[in-house]
Design a protein around this ligand. Sequence first.
Ligand SMILES: Nc1ncnc2c1ncn2[C@@H]1O[C@H](COP(=O)(O)OP(=O)(O)OP(=O)(O)O)[C@@H](O)[C@H]1O
Ligand SMILES: [Mg+2]
Length: 367
Amino acid sequence: MSAATTTYEDFAAAPPAREPVLEIRNLSVEYGYDESPTRVLRDVSLTLHRGEVLGLAGESGCGKSTLAYAATRLLPPPGLITGGEVLFHDRDGGTRDILRLSDRDLRASRWQDLAIVFQGAMNSLNPVYRVGKQLVDAIQAHLPGVGKKEAYERAEHLLELVGISPDRVRSYPHQLSGGMRQRVMIAMALALEPQVLIMDEPTTALDVVMQRQIVEQIAELRERLGFSVVFITHDVSLLIEIADRIAIMYAGEIVEDANALDVYRRPRHPYANGLLHSFPPLRGERRELGGIPGSPPDLGRLPSGCPFRARCEFAFDACATVRPRLTPPAVPGDDPRRRVACLRHDPEAVAAAGFDPVPVPPELAVR
Ligand SMILES: Nc1ncnc2c1ncn2[C@@H]1O[C@H](COP(=O)(O)OP(=O)(O)OP(=O)(O)O)[C@@H](O)[C@H]1O
Ligand SMILES: [Mg+2]
């Protein structure tokens, strides 16, 4: 799949896969040992469908990595999951809640059901072992029946899959470029053919060319191997090229969740709209780059009402006190499956709280 042949529309035109493979429901996470811990994730619900690439975007500190760690039960202390479920649906119809698995079942599930490539993963290879040995160890740790020769063959095949020459099994990490080390980590995550791959900023530390190659490779592998991907980045422009759906996070909550093309062409949340105006459009008319004024709130001291209101050009009186809920946008003809957390799109909640509803501004109702 080359840059010349793959367009955003190709991705968007892929038929939507609707069978869920991972359902995160009302996940809440706190950080801190003391009596006033910081609530970092608040009731986050998100569904990944089979074969889908779900992009998760948002500014630094909004809770993307926390969500990835909590969903895989890899959250380091002082992080604590305070509520929710993470349901994994097997191909054979079984469902298990990752948060409630025994340690033994969790170990079996990790890497096979669900694998994660960490933010900055390329630095987590052990410098004193050849990459082949590290791949082989990972394979044998989970599949004890696999012999050494077979494991090495598998390691070579995995390297090939991610575009690295198989003879690199003999290389030490320092003999590889940053992009190659990152690919090794992706190979490692794919070693047990997981059904879900969570990638936390897998390309952020790399230059643009390498970034592009890796993203294309992930898209191609996804087609070939049929897994589902949660792709985390603060770079929405990257997601528009690779993701089927995009969820936008702000201050520990999902504020918009929609088909990627819809997010790109018809953002409904003022924050999504602002993010999209923070980089040049891929095609079509040039437009002025706006960016978003201000910075995200301190999660330990969130304001009442909508967490985005201080930065929002469309805020009105209700936003100061009413907390927005994720609901379908109030734009006729919109995909009923899309969701947005904005009072401009929720006249019912506004009226119920005793405020006069205000119309959806044209900027948030683009058709
Ligand atoms: N160990 C910790 N103790 C206390 N707070 C933490 C800890 N780790 C993260 N946080 C807080 O949790 C919030 C979310 O952090 P997280 O790393 O999930 O953000 P992120 O969206 O992945 O950001 P980035 O784009 O920079 O990777 C941040 O506000 C951060 O300050
Ligand atoms: Mg992060």
